[in-house]
Design a protein around this ligand. Structure first.
Ligand SMILES: [Zn+2]
Length: 136
């Protein structure tokens, strides 16, 4: 159990977090044109359609960019430095990215641009599951 600060989900993002609690990475998608949208929006970012749903993605991706945090001012994170956060490119659509912690044994030495990663879910005290990515 992770004692970091919990997310504060918007109503739009609720299905994303419900998916996390089921161990599934769900990304908002437009039924009209098929575009994935992240973060969730009230209308499609491509066709402005409002017939949106949450579709399960593979949970695999590649690191687009990252940073190694050596000094953190965020409560719950000071005791886990150094740690890595970054943008993960998902293969389901060009430029579809999620921001995440990147974890794993020796990750600060092994992390690299374009490295393959896979999602897993961590329980945050008082909240539920949050997605994190691990180097594969
Ligand atoms: Zn659309």
């Amino acid at each position: 159990m992770w004692t970091r600060t919990a997310p504060e989900p918007s109503e739009l993002a609720r299905p994303f977090w419900e998916g996390c609690n089921e161990g599934r990475l769900l990304i908002q998608r437009c039924r009209t044109c098929g575009t994935f949208i992240h973060h969730p929006e009230p209308e499609c970012t491509r066709c402005r359609g409002t017939n949106l749903f949450f579709d399960e993605v593979s949970g695999r991706g590649r690191i687009d960019t990252f940073t190694v945090v050596h000094r953190s001012f965020v409560p719950g994170y000071q005791d886990i430095t150094p740690y890595v956060v970054g943008w993960i490119l998902l293969p389901e659509q060009r430029n579809l990215r999620v921001f995440s912690a990147i974890l794993g044994e020796g990750v600060t030495a092994r992390v690299a641009i374009d490295a393959p990663v896979e999602v897993r879910f961590e329980d945050v005290a008082g909240f539920g599951a949050v997605p994190v990515f691990e180097l594969t």
